[in-house]
Write a protein that binds this ligand. Structure first.
Ligand code: BGC
Length: 739
């Protein structure tokens, strides 16, 4: 018996004598001084087969059973990733109609990624974790880090863009922030879930290089750097096996190569086979006999693959308890880290700090795409009338889109935000411009908005144009919304163009008023055939509770935009590699023929100029970036090189610049991208202030995944470092070599 065991045994006896056998076990499990693994082993040894089976699958839509006899509580999950999902009934998707479950909606993860500021991720994670904790949730189903492969994916708004390095750097602080509350982050959807069409069946065919270099790094960072306690395997298939029971992804890579010690929690309805689920690394089964969204068979829990069917296979000797015990250990670990964690804080909900966090992240994520003639920021003092046009100025965006839909305490629409901000300094008028989606309900949560409209499309345009002619400035809010066929789970987008005839409205407004600002609200790139005719364009995202307030602060200049695109805006779909050489949506198989050439990696290779490139974002001030210095031009294996550059705010107001470091390998044995993001730094600078961007390059930054050797390799030779402000705006190049 190890000393620890003796200690815990003695404690058990002591507490046991004082307060009876059951309490003594609970006391032991709650004693945070006891090593986690010992508590896990102890509980495991005491559990019956049935008790083990019971904790590895759902008992309701969002919970799994505890072990009553041992005082181990139930586990409660919640969506994720932008706010805490309202309560649904035990066994239905319908609302439980609680009156205490309205939350703060944080900006969509595309916006978070667009801040290029890991501190914003930390703020986000801490705040959403506090809300989850307040609602007594143990597992937050998020964040999502599937790579933005095509702008057609309906769920891109829940993810962190096209670049594995950016997504990795942004996901880690989110996880740590959430988990500091004793709430597990369940990172999703592992892996290759890059489209919604046929998501339950489609088999992704991808080479190992693209898998390891593009699609896995953010998950790996989530596990190894973020210390994520849970991972949600995806719906789709890879190498013919569903990701929820996938030997390669779950056993070989996640648990084998990366050493993940947490629990895998199936996506809702993603499990299809008992034996595969038992053997291929799934730890918890949720949502079987549902499509994960709105359909669900009643009380099917005993029929779950990892419920009685699994138990029967063990009893009959077809399967052993070896895998079961591994699952139970992982679920117990999850439980001890969350529900049984006695040192976790209490959490809070809808606090001023949370609203401020939502507003700040939103403001920092807004991307100023174009600003000719400095139409922005709008000077209220110089305006008598400001015209706001477009449905997205008045439509609530927190309701809809699938499982990330929320019930918010309050959502400020852009029109409200602008009207509040302007106050009586100017007249704010509104024109609808177009009619898009007048509905506003998801799973019984109603936006309560009446968006009905009787005027014809022509009349709406005519009315908007007439008003635009008389206004001092016109702000058009359009883009997509959370309806099926747009930015929505379960389906992909139906077109790359802006829907509902918005192009006509924008073109007519551009004719009518030269002070036009177009704010695109979406989680995806869209086509902008009018780009040359509109002086100012802003990417607005889904910004959550504080959407309108955050946008108003940027539009009127209180907040200086500093967001940069986390993905490429192609001019047309054919400029995107999945559509040009790859497949989307594919058939039973979808072939990622483009391999590693995703996003700007493809644009670089083919020399395709983007509508707006990855990493692009303007400011109301200007910056000068001095010629960088490099510590040395050659590096030995295991060594490092430092690159530094001075950044000066040369304008008249504070602002932030994102300095980006890309690296390209000049000659390599396998094809490599022209350049890849390897570092970035956001510098907040007062007018006239200077700061230093500093990057350290190590051998790891030079590696590629050699699929033949199944290893990350750095080849000796010459490399180029690019100092840039977007994938297309290269300011300096520096050569160095690896000896
Ligand atoms: C989604 C998950 C979500 C789950 C539970 C599924 O449909 O794919 O992201 O967490 O439902 O709502």
């Amino acid at each position: 018996m190890k000393f620890n065991h003796i200690f815990s045994f003695a404690l058990l006896l002591a507490v046991g004598c004082a307060s009876g056998p059951k309490e003594s076990i609970v006391a032991k499990y709650l004693d945070q001084r006891q090593p986690l693994e010992e508590r896990v082993e102890d509980a495991l040894q005491r559990m019956t087969l049935r008790e083990k089976i019971d904790i590895i699958h759902a008992q309701s839509k969002f919970s799994s059973a505890g072990v009553e006899r041992l005082g181990i509580p139930e586990l409660w999950c919640t969506d994720g990733p932008h706010g805490i999902r309202p309560e649904v009934l035990w066994d239905e998707w319908d609302q439980a109609k609680w009156t205490s479950d309205s939350c703060t909606a944080f900006p969509a993860l595309t916006c978070l990624a667009a801040t290029w500021n890991p501190q914003m991720s930390a703020t986000y994670g801490k705040a959403i974790g506090e809300e989850a904790r307040y609602r007594e949730k143990d597992v937050l189903l998020g964040p999502g880090v599937n790579i933005y492969r095509t702008p057609m994916n309906g769920r891109n708004f829940e993810y962190m863009g096209e670049d594995p390095m950016l997504a990795s750097k942004m996901v880690v602080p989110y996880i740590k922030g959430v988990q500091s509350n004793g709430v597990a982050a369940c990172v999703k959807h592992f892996a290759l879930n890059n489209q919604e069409i046929e998501r339950h069946g489609v088999n992704v065919v991808v080479d190992d290089r693209a898998l390891y270099e593009i699609y896995l790094p953010a998950f790996k960072a989530a596990v190894q750097e973020g210390g994520a306690w849970a991972i949600m395997p995806a719906y789709n298939r890879y190498k013919g096996q569903h990701c929820c029971h996938n030997q390669y992804l779950l056993n070989d890579i996640l648990k084998g190569e990366w050493g993940f010690d947490g629990a895998t929690i199936s996506d809702w309805g993603g499990v299809h086979d008992t034996k595969e689920a038992a053997l291929h690394g799934l730890d918890m089964e949720f949502g079987s006999w549902t499509n994960g969204l709105n359909w669900g068979a009643k009380n099917a829990y005993d029929m779950y693959h990892l419920a009685l069917p699994y138990m029967k296979m063990i009893e009959s000797g077809e399967l052993t308890t070896k895998e079961l015990d591994d699952k139970v250990r992982r679920v117990l670990r999850l439980n001890f880290r969350t529900a049984m964690n006695t040192s976790k804080p209490f959490g809070s909900m809808n606090t001023e700090e949370h609203l401020e966090a939502a507003r700040t992240i939103a403001g920092e994520g807004v991307v100023l795409l174009k600003n000719e003639g400095n139409v922005l920021p709008i000077n209220v003092e110089k305006c008598k009338t400001i015209l706001v046009v477009g449905e997205n100025a008045i439509k609530m965006m927190t309701v809809g889109g699938g499982s990330s839909s929320l019930k918010v305490r309050k959502e400020y629409t852009p029109l409200e935000g602008i009207a509040n901000y302007v106050g009586d300094k100017a007249k704010v008028e509104f024109q609808r411009g177009y009619v898009g989606d007048t509905t506003g309900e998801y799973n019984g949560v109603k936006s309560g908005q009446d968006l009905s409209e009787n005027r014809s499309a022509e009349q709406l345009i005519a009315d908007a144009v007439a008003a635009a002619r008389k206004a001092d400035a016109v702000i058009f809010f359009g883009g997509l919304n959370k309806k099926e066929g747009q930015d929505c789970e379960g389906v992909d987008r139906s077109e790359y163009a802006l829907p509902y005839g918005q192009n006509k409205v924008i073109e007519a407004l551009a004719e009518a008023n030269k002070n036009l600002v177009v704010v695109n609200i979406s989680g995806n790139a869209v086509a902008m055939p009018w780009v040359d005719r509109v002086p100012s364009i802003m990417q607005g995202w889904y910004l959550g509770s504080e959407a309108g307030n955050a946008l108003a602060r940027v539009i009127f200049g209180e907040v200086n935009p500093s967001g940069h695109l986390p993905f490429t805006f192609p001019v047309e779909l054919a400029d995107n590699s999945a559509h040009s050489v790859g497949e989307w949506p594919g058939g039973r198989d979808v072939r990622y023929t483009e391999g590693i050439f995703v996003g700007y990696r493809w644009a670089d290779k083919e020399q395709i100029k983007a509508l707006f490139p990855f990493g692009h974002g303007l400011s109301y001030t200007s910056f000068a970036i001095d010629e960088p210095t490099i510590s040395k031009h050659s590096m030995k294996a295991g060594g490092k090189i430092t690159i530094k550059c001075e950044v000066r705010n040369t304008g008249k107001r504070e602002g932030a610049e994102v300095v980006q470091l890309y690296i390209g390998d000049k000659v390599s044995s396998l094809p490599r991208p022209v350049k890849e993001l390897k570092g970035f730094q956001k510098l907040h600078l007062a007018a006239g202030q200077s700061g230093t961007a500093e990057f350290t390059i190590t051998e790891d930054d030079l590696k590629f995944f050699d699929d033949k050797q199944h290893a990350w390799i750095a080849e000796k030779g010459d490399f180029t470092a690019y100092i840039a402000t977007s994938a297309e705006d290269i300011l300096y190049t520096l050569d160095f070599s690896l000896k």
